[in-house]
Design a protein around this ligand. Structure first.
Ligand SMILES: Nc1ncnc2c1ncn2[C@@H]1O[C@H](COP(=O)(O)OP(=O)(O)OP(=O)(O)O)[C@@H](O)[C@H]1O
Ligand SMILES: [Mg+2]
Length: 475
């Protein structure tokens, strides 16, 4: 991957080039010509003799001498090498390109926008022959984008730009630090920037007679971010700090799916959405989970419905003609075995999230601590969550109506989705009525919700009272 050479291209044997001979006074022109020709022949023979007997040795000595006088070292990172180091070379080259993109936009006079594999925005980089400097721990280094001479048939007809390279030049005395620390930091930073711009993807499972497989559904471009997720700050921080295995539970519209999208965006992970009812057997499930690569989130939504279906079918259809097919279906214990084996806490790079609206319906084996590390209750909208939604949709951080909304939120049971639905209306309107209009609208929604809740409570109390009265009469 790395090739070291000296910065300056120096002719290694300068004095063995053609030499002219001084003229000789009194010699005829022809004599002079003959003398020159003779000396050329002798010189050429001498040159050939030296090369055939000592050429390699002499060249090496001279290279050493020249290099000892040259204070610079150069390392080339080629996009692809002739020795078959392809993908690894490309990885290093792409990391450098991404790392340098931030430096070159300020320095290089000529830039070009390149699309880099799996990155969803073009990367700005220096144009051919251009260079930029960089500083690290007080040491200056220089980068330039070069193009190797045409390598002939090896590269012909293949990918464009194949023979490009980034050359890193630095002072010899800094060799140890640059080759070690600096290059490592360039690679790490380049890869981190690339990861944060990675185009995320959404997959879902299907089955055919050939078995279970993952289908690419679409690029995953969800706007959800933790910053815009409406929930308590402390709870959010705790989740971010410890992303491993989660069970998200709460009523519809409290943000379970939105939270998964925010996790994918935070980690730059692809999403694998597993529909358990479409998996035909435990073996198929294992195969599917085995095929989930690192940097992915496995999602099983509405796990209560999935596990209920499988358990019920196993129990109720003993004599049914479909029994064989159903017994082949994935079972709860099959699922538990898979997740215990494949998604362990120290298996960095793979995260598993289940969601449910109905925590009580879940088998306790599935949700016990150690199997599902964290149970996150997604709740009705509180005041802190409302503030985030007001900022998201109305760009408002304070308003005198906030106090009234805070009071009403304590009494009501509305989801963040309900609040978002009221506030988002502002976006579609040609005429802007102002944020206050939508706050008032929300207040009416909340008041209505409080009223409904109160009347339901009254009804329940009445029923309870009646029941007690009837019971007393019976006695
Ligand atoms: N906590 C939240 N923060 C920000 N937006 C939210 C939040 N909860 C809900 N929303 C908004 O409401 C919409 C619906 O939420 P979401 O689909 O995440 O709910 P859910 O809990 O997954 O519901 P279900 O149980 O029906 O699947 C989202 O697209 C988002 O706009
Ligand atoms: Mg959902």
């Amino acid at each position: 991957m790395l090739r070291k050479s000296n910065t300056k291209m120096v002719n290694p044997l300068p004095f063995l080039g053609h030499q002219g001979s001084p003229g000789h006074e009194g010699m005829s022109q022809m004599g002079l010509g003959m003398a020159i020709a003779a000396s050329m022949v002798v010189l050429t023979m001498f040159q050939q003799f030296l090369f055939s007997h000592f050429g390699g040795y002499l060249e090496r000595c001279l290279r050493k001498l020249v290099s000892s006088m040259d204070p610079y070292v150069q390392i080339r990172f080629t996009e692809e090498s002739t020795d078959g180091g392809g993908p690894k070379n490309y990885e290093a080259y792409a990391a450098i390109e991404t790392y340098l993109s931030s430096k070159c936009s300020a320095q290089a006079p000529r830039l070009k926008a390149n699309s880099v594999r799996d990155i969803n925005a073009p990367v700005l980089c220096v144009d051919d022959g251009e260079g930029v400097s960089d500083e690290f721990n007080g040491v200056t280094v220089w980068w330039h984008l070069g193009k190797e001479k045409d390598q002939g048939d090896i590269y012909r007809g293949s990918r464009r730009n194949r023979n490009r390279y980034y050359a890193l030049t630095f002072r010899k005395k800094n060799r140890e630090m640059v080759v070690g620390e600096y290059v490592r930091q360039v690679m790490e930073e380049g890869k981190a920037v690339a990861a944060s711009h990675r185009q995320l993807k959404l997959y879902s499972n299907s089955s055919s007679e050939h078995g279970a497989y993952w289908n690419f559904i679409m690029d995953f471009d969800h706007p959800a971010r933790f910053e815009t997720l409406a929930m308590d700050k402390e709870k959010k921080e705790e989740i971010i700090d410890d992303l491993i295995r989660y069970l998200l539970y709460g009523p519809p519209g409290t943000g379970k799916s939105t939270m998964i999208a925010a996790m994918a965006n935070l980690l730059s992970y692809d999403v694998y959405d597993l529909e358990l009812t479409a998996v035909l057997s435990n073996a198929a499930l294992k195969r599917l989970l085995n095929r989930i690569p690192c940097n992915s989130i496995l999602v099983i939504e509405d796990i209560d419905c999935s596990s209920k279906i499988t358990n019920q079918r196993e129990m109720n259809n003993q004599d049914d003609e479909k029994t064989v097919k159903i017994l082949e279906k994935v079972t709860l214990s099959g699922l538990l075995n898979c997740i215990d084996g494949l998604f362990s806490a120290n298996d960095g790079g793979r995260l598993m999230v289940f969601t449910t609206n109905n925590m009580e319906a879940l088998d306790s084996a599935l949700i016990r601590r150690g199997r599902m590390d964290k149970h996150i209750h997604m709740t009705y909208c509180g005041f802190e969550a409302f503030r985030i939604l007001a900022k998201n949709y109305l760009r408002m951080e304070e308003h005198e109506l906030f106090g009234r909304i805070e009071e009403l939120l304590k009494e009501s049971s509305v989801t963040p989705a309900d609040v978002a639905e009221t506030l988002i209306e502002r976006r579609g309107k040609a005429e802007d009525c102002g944020g206050e209009y939508y706050l008032n609208k929300l207040i009416r929604v909340l008041e209505e919700n409080c009223e409904t809740k109160k009347s339901i409570n009254r009804e329940m109390l009445e029923k309870k009272g009646k029941g007690e009265l009837e019971n007393e009469e019976c006695e």
